[in-house]
Ligand binder design. Sequence first.
Ligand code: GLA
Length: 366
Amino acid sequence: MITQEIWGKLSHDAETSGLKARLFRMSSSHSRLKLVLSDFGARVVSISVKGPDGSMRPLTATLSRLEDYETQPGYLGAVVGRFGNRIASGRFKLGGKEFVLFRNNGENHLHGGRLGFDRKIYSAELNDDNQNPSITFSAFSPDGEEGYPGNLEFSVNYSLVGDCGFRIDYRATTDADTPLNLTNHTYFNLNGRGNVESHVITTEASAFLPVDKGLIPTGEIRAVEGTPFDFRRGRRIADAVYADDEQVRIAKGVDHCFVFPGPDGFRERLSVYSPESGVKLRMLTDRPAVQIYSGNFMEEIEPALASGEKASARSAFCLETEGFPDAPNHKEFPDCVLKAGARFESSTAYIFEIPDQEGNNNDTQS
Ligand code: GLA
């Protein structure tokens, strides 16, 4: 089932001021998950799950008002693009031409610039099927927007998966070659409140990209072995973010691109488990990497979260599946260019396992 309501009117950016934003509530007779989405940024506003006692438990850090989403930093829940993460000095060369992007992160370009894909109003196509509901959000990014080449048409489809998960399918086409790195910036908290430092991340990622002081990859692809970033056998977020390590100091925690080993293909790459709530999150993707972000800058969010708490570092974590940050400036990184006339397709799924009353995890399927 999908219900929709007007959330409010945008007022922050000249390009979208006065436009209405809508909220969509998606649930299904087959799923314990409830997603609240918005056409403002094709955003995941909140994720909650029905617990064994029938009550709904939040699994995300969420803001209360539309204007908070417009004014606060952090890209909460939004789709990020045209190029998620950073491009050094907001410049790159493609086809022998130099392109200059909007710089919104010190001297660098972050998450698509000033009016990134997180700030657009999308058109919404609802598939209100009681068993398999889905919503496709579509938008357009004209040639030259934020400095990028090519008219880009793109869409993001959200669907419920199994009895406790959801999936995001990204699609895009362009009429000129352009860098493209679409992701989602949902802030998960498997306890629904407090901080996530006790959460345990497990991922097969065997390498990560060290960054400089501006959080731009240095170009090195470093093995995680022997570093605080070795999550291969499971590691608490606290054990990474409080480690005595230069990369941790630079990022104020974990805010790095983790590289998956081959072969490529859509499969489970990472999981997060909270020993307190017993909730587990499994992440499946066909992307070559994920930005694990331990919410290090969340204290910059001023209004209280919907939980009533003031946000602070580690109130939540993000799993931004991605191509490599700053790829347009690194020939040694996998190519992130969508060719004119080609079709970009990519999928990421987040599947939850919720303990039953006895505390056992119910296995859900993807
Ligand atoms: C990404 C970046 C972080 C930060 C957040 C938003 O995860 O890598 O450095 O900018 O977005 O606050």
